[in-house]
Structure formats: C-alpha cells, structure tokens
Design a protein. Structure first.
Length: 247
C-alpha cells in the first residue's frame, strides 16, 4: 500500500511581514491625523474667536469641547489605551511640575502685574482660564502631535536605537512647534512677530511629554503657565487670548 504524502499548506504571511504591514498602516493613520490637526488647530480660533468674536470664556468652553472630540477620535482610531495614558506617569508629573515652575517665573518676569477680581470670580477664572484652557492647549499643541509622531514610528527599527529616538523626538518637537504656530495664527493679534513668544514657550511646556511620552507632563506645565497668568497678569496680552475688545 502506497502512502501518499500530503503537501503542507502554504504558510500565511510571516509574522514579521504582518507586523511590518501593521506598522505601515499605523504610520499612515497617525500621519493623516497629524495632517488634519494643523487646519483644525487654525480653524478653531479663526472661526470662533477671530470671525465670530465670541466672548472669551464662551470661546474657551467651545474650544475645549472641540479639542476633546478631535483628540478622542484620534485616540479611538489609533488604539490609544490606558497603558499609553499611564506611561512613565510619575516622571511626567515631576517634570511637568518643574516646567510649570519655570513658566510661572517667565510670566512674573515678563508680564506686568494687573488688577484682578477676587473671591469666587477669581476662583472660577483659575479653573476655567487656567486649568481648563491650559490643559486644552497642551493636549492639542503638545500631547497630540508628539504622541502621533512617536506612534507613527512604533515598531520600527528607529524606535530600537538611541539615535533613532533622538531623530523621532526632533521630528515630534518640530510638529509641536508647527501646530503651536498655526494655532496662534488663528488669532489676528498673533499674526506678527508676537507669535514667536508662544512658539518659544512650547519648547518648555512640551519637554515633559517629549522626554517621557507621558500625556500628563505637558498639561501640568501648561496649566501652571495659565494659572500664573490669571493670578499675576489677569489682563495679559499674551497668555489669555483672544484679546480684542478687552475681553
């Protein structure tokens, strides 16, 4: 009796090839979201503040809602998890506090002290203009672009090399600086050399997230900046836009 040898079934794609395909797919997805982030960052202040001239605190609320929806959609589409949120969170918090202190000193040294309200009105301003607006700015201008760039290179050889990580960090910082500039150009009073101030500040408030990849670092730093502005320079012409109509 002759035993017939059965041919093995053709093997499917090698795991390495599957991982490579997944990495390319994720890179495209992250870059598409990053590309969409630039016009989004410009459009929100341009439409709500510059075109519609909404009252400052109303603008902050709508701005926060718009950014929350955009970032939530990005996180859902790219598979952002609780593990990503808690990555190196202790170092993110520590460096965020350090950066917040540096930014607070910058506010005190570069901005004149102005009159401010007291009591509940001041407390509400700290929470709304300092915490809410500061955290929203940091998520859009720092956390989103930095993590999107690093996410685009996840699983690549560059992420396994020190030099590669330095190159990715430089690209991520460039993306954050770019989106910061574009966002501020959405306000008419920043369409001048004045835009250099927030771009320079972005280097400081983005550093905690850039170094640790913790999404907590930059918001803590940025909240420190805006809370300091509310307390020290309530009528600031730099840190609490929009500024037209004395709002």
């Amino acid at each position: 009796m002759t035993l017939l040898k059965t041919r093995p079934k053709p093997a499917g794609p090698l795991p390495e090839l599957r991982r490579a395909d997944e990495s390319r797919s994720m890179a495209r997805r992250q870059l598409l979201w990053l590309g969409a982030g630039f016009p989004f960052a410009f459009a929100v202040p341009f439409v709500l503040a510059d075109t519609l001239s909404l009252e400052r605190d109303l603008f902050y609320g709508l701005y926060a809602a718009a950014v929350a929806c955009f970032v939530a959609a990005w996180g859902r589409d790219t598979g952002f998890t609780r593990r990503d949120f808690s990555r190196h969170w202790r170092w993110g918090v520590v460096l965020g506090i350090v950066a917040a202190a540096v930014l607070a000193m910058m506010v005190v040294r570069t901005e004149d002290a102005t009159a401010r309200p007291g009591g509940l009105e001041l407390g509400a301003a700290v929470l709304w203009r300092g915490v809410l607006y500061g955290a929203t700015d940091a998520v859009l201008l720092s956390v989103f672009p930095i993590l999107a760039v690093f996410g685009a290179f996840a699983g690549t050889k560059l992420r396994r090399r020190l030099a590669g990580n330095v190159a990715i960090a430089a690209l991520a910082m460039s993306a954050s600086l770019g989106i910061t500039a574009v966002y501020h150009l959405g306000y008419s009073d920043f369409r001048s050399e004045k835009v250099r101030k927030p771009v320079m500040g972005d280097v400081v408030w983005s550093a905690p997230t850039l170094v640790t990849l913790s999404p907590l670092g930059a918001p803590i730093a940025h909240v420190g900046l805006h809370v300091s502005a509310v307390l020290h320079s309530y009528q600031t012409e730099t840190f609490l836009p929009p500024h037209e109509s004395g709002r």
